[in-house]
Design a protein around this ligand. Structure first.
Ligand code: FPP
Length: 228
């Protein structure tokens, strides 16, 4: 039976498999990431058009990803600059850019200043949009988020589910409805452990650069039992 949609959906994506996509084509891994960034832009366009998705959160770079080879890290960072500069597209999709991750000034945080600037500018230049919110998790790890939230809650006097929620990087992010992970992996990888409580999961063999509009709709179907 079809379940009617009750609210704008929150879809969270672990965009995995860029390296494998490149290897299968005899390309350097960096080309896989470039294709992955383009796939994300396409997914944002589709999601904005669907109107059923109010929130799209993607794992752009984790607290664990810094150990990758320097040239690869540098390339992924430059792709984030590109992604955060897609302001015109975001505005034409009436979509806001948001970010979650270790606060820039926090001990151990690693976001370089040029990425910080790109993030701040993207947020400011799209904050007037009233449609979908696209949140990029960068220098993000769920354990770090939850530790910080618990410590802040304790300082404020009470550790409760509500006080932890209030101290998450973005307390306004609603619960995730569907978690997508591409490339045949079925791990969660320290992503939004608090927010995914009770969500549906959609695992696909397809690598992230091949994830497309059709498959995004499939993922939504997991929840509602119908095609859009
Ligand atoms: C996994 O591919 C993906 C990442 C390391 C993070 C996501 C990055 C992108 C989609 C590229 C740029 C995107 C943005 C958001 C600017 P992998 O290298 O782990 O692939 P593999 O498991 O096949 O090696």
């Amino acid at each position: 039976m079809n379940t009617p949609l009750q609210h704008p959906l929150h879809i969270a994506c672990i965009m995995d498999g860029n390296g494998r996509w490149a290897r299968r084509r005899g390309l350097p891994r960096t080309e896989g990431h470039t294709a992955g960034e383009e796939a994300l832009a396409e997914v944002v366009r589709t999601a904005a058009r669907l109107k059923t998705i109010g929130w799209l959160t993607v794992f752009g770079f984790s607290t664990e990803n810094w150990v990758r080879p320097r040239t690869e890290v540098r390339h992924i960072l430059s792709l984030h600059r590109k992604l955060f500069a897609r302001t015109e597209e975001m505005n034409s999709n009436n979509a806001q850019t948001r970010w979650i991750g270790r606060p820039f000034s926090e001990k151990g945080a690693r976001t370089p200043v040029y990425v910080q600037k790109a993030i701040k500018k993207a947020i400011a230049d799209t904050s007037h949009n009233s449609g979908m919110a696209v949140t990029v998790a960068f220098d993000y790890g769920s354990r770090a988020e939850l530790l910080r939230a618990s410590q802040l809650a304790m300082k404020q006097g009470a550790v409760t589910a509500q006080s932890i929620q209030n101290n998450l990087y973005d307390p306004t992010l609603p619960a995730v409805d569907v978690l997508v992970r591409t490339s045949g992996e079925t791990r969660i990888s320290n992503f939004m452990l608090w927010q995914i409580k009770g969500c549906a999961v959609y695992f696909t063999e397809r690598t992230w650069p091949d994830f497309n509009a059709h498959e995004l709709q499939e993922a939504v179907t997991v929840l509602t039992g119908r095609s859009h």
